[in-house]
Design a protein around this ligand. Structure first.
Ligand code: UGA
Length: 458
């Protein structure tokens, strides 16, 4: 099928390359000219495993291209996917400007164009947006109706760091279509995929997306609250508790007599809190929507409040060991919102840095993906005197003369270090493990190793 994807950001590019991989002919429309050039030259602007290779493959096969001009791509397509951003406003509501702009341009491009096609919203939008805002905008600008231009909502479930495999081997594909004709086109689009296809109405599809992310966020905040209770109960380790909880067959299914451990992916791991471009934004948007329709929000309120406290809680562990943080040097290990990505959006680690600086500490940071050379490009303000972040080129450099270290992102690199060697360069060997990755690491004997979710018997 001929497909146009509007927006070559994270979702758009992965979706476009994924659909081209399974045989569709895809044109990505992107306003940023340098991004268009990079993509057509086979350089993925995103750090995502396997994406560059796949991009080069579909470019070489002639089934994929990026362009700046929207009208020709839209006119030639049977399916048009809207994959533009829906950023958060300060109130938590999503900003629909880009979605509305895309809808209008698509409609204008289809004016007086014959032939049935379907416009699909892939951007994350609150229930009602596709039917009440996008559809009417497209139809009005095109001077046509739903019998000429079909409408569907098709949420994405892509994890950063696994986006391509999540796209090509999805758990489920959700399609909210306004009628059977639009649903039929979507069935054809997803025919090459071996996954359950859930066909529903657009509002339900929109709600499925928010509910999925709200559940993950709820599990994480639940785990963080249990961790706090464990810390108040000497000799009870949240990791041991959660390992046993996991063994419930509803969380760890038994297949052929063997338990299938989902590991960290169950979202029951306590830590520094959830970040990234999706979970915080989506929970806030769902709460704002619930308030707007006079529905209850107390659980979502608690999920967000618990998450907000996590960076401060991590710091309080260091404070407990050191006393005041004023004038202390603290190493922050990990800046990205999770391992396996270079994404700093809504990262709990950045909040930790901010709070440490507010407490008068001198902060030195290290992250495998954020270097002194690329930090500015990642939007960080660099500075060694509290006016920005002091980004170091190695863990050792960050730890040199530090009074304490805080692990804020669960990079495995930190677990494979020899901590007796690391401790030898620190002024005080205090390590707060905010992601519980150091259990079993080498050389921790002489280190004051403080963990989220555990307090030893005194
Ligand atoms: C999330 C969802 O997992 C995807 O299913 C969804 O499609 C995507 O948002 C989206 O809406 O586009 P992602 O933002 O890549 O994906 O992040 P996750 O891997 O889910 O991690 C989110 C945060 O939770 C991270 O900060 C991570 O460190 C934290 N986390 C995760 C925990 O603190 N504990 C856990 O047990 C799991």
């Amino acid at each position: 099928m001929r497909v146009a994807v509007i927006g070559a950001g994270y979702v758009g590019l992965v979706t476009g390359v994924g659909l081209a991989t399974v045989g569709h002919d895809v044109t990505c429309v992107e306003i940023n000219a340098s991004r268009v050039a990079a993509i057509n030259a086979g350089h993925s602007p995103l750090h995502e495993p396997g994406l560059t290779e796949r991009l080069r493959g579909v470019l070489a096969a002639g089934r994929f291209r990026a362009v700046s001009a929207l009208p020709p791509a839209v006119r030639a397509a049977q399916v048009i996917l809207i994959c533009v951003g829906t950023p958060s406003a300060p109130t938590g509501e999503i900003d629909l400007q880009a979605v509305q702009g895309a809808a209008q341009q698509i409609g204008q491009a289809l004016r007086q164009v014959q032939g049935y096609r379907v416009v699909v919203v892939k951007s994350t939008v609150i229930p009602g947006t596709t039917e009440d805002i996008v559809g009417p905008a497209v139809w009005a600008a095109a001077g046509q109706g739903p019998e000429d231009i079909g409408l569907a909502m098709n949420p994405e479930f892509l994890r950063e760091g696994h986006a391509l495999s999540d796209f090509l081997e999805p758990d489920r594909i959700v399609v909210g279509a306004i009628d059977e004709r639009a649903a039929g086109v979507m069935r054809e689009l997803y025919a090459p995929f071996n996954a359950p296809l859930i066909v529903t109405n657009p509002r339900t599809a929109e709600m499925i997306k928010y509910t999925s992310n709200a559940l993950l966020a709820t599990l994480i905040s639940f785990s963080n609250q249990i961790a706090a209770i464990c810390e108040a109960t000497p000799d009870v380790d949240v990791e041991a508790v959660m390992d046993a909880v996991h063994m419930d067959r509803r969380l760890t299914p038994v297949i052929d007599g063997q338990p299938v451990q989902p590991g960290v992916l169950t979202y029951l791991r306590a830590g520094a809190g959830f970040g990234g471009s999706c979970l915080p934004k989506d929970v806030k948007a769902l709460r704002a929507y619930a308030r707007a329709v006079n529905a209850p929000t107390e659980l979502l309120d608690a999920v967000l409040a618990i998450n907000d406290q996590r960076p401060r809680h991590l710091i309080s562990l260091a404070e407990h060991a050191l006393g005041s943080l004023t004038g202390r040097t603290v190493a922050v290990l990990g800046l990205t919102f999770k391992p396996g990505t270079d994404d700093l959006r809504d990262s709990p680690a950045l909040r930790v840095v901010e709070l440490l600086q507010e407490a008068g500490a001198h902060v030195r940071s290290y992250d495998p993906m954020i270097t002194p050379d690329n930090a500015v490009q990642h939007g960080l303000l660099i500075g060694a005197n509290g006016d920005g972040i002091d980004v170091c080129a190695s863990v050792r450099e960050a730890l040199t003369d530090a009074d304490a270290a805080l692990i804020t992102t669960g990079w495995r690199d930190f677990a494979s270090l020899d901590w007796s060697e690391m401790a030898s360069v620190m002024r005080m060997p205090i390590v707060v493990d905010g992601r519980r990755i150091l259990d079993g690491a080498r050389g921790l004997e002489g280190v004051t190793h403080l963990k989220i979710g555990y307090r030893a018997k005194s």
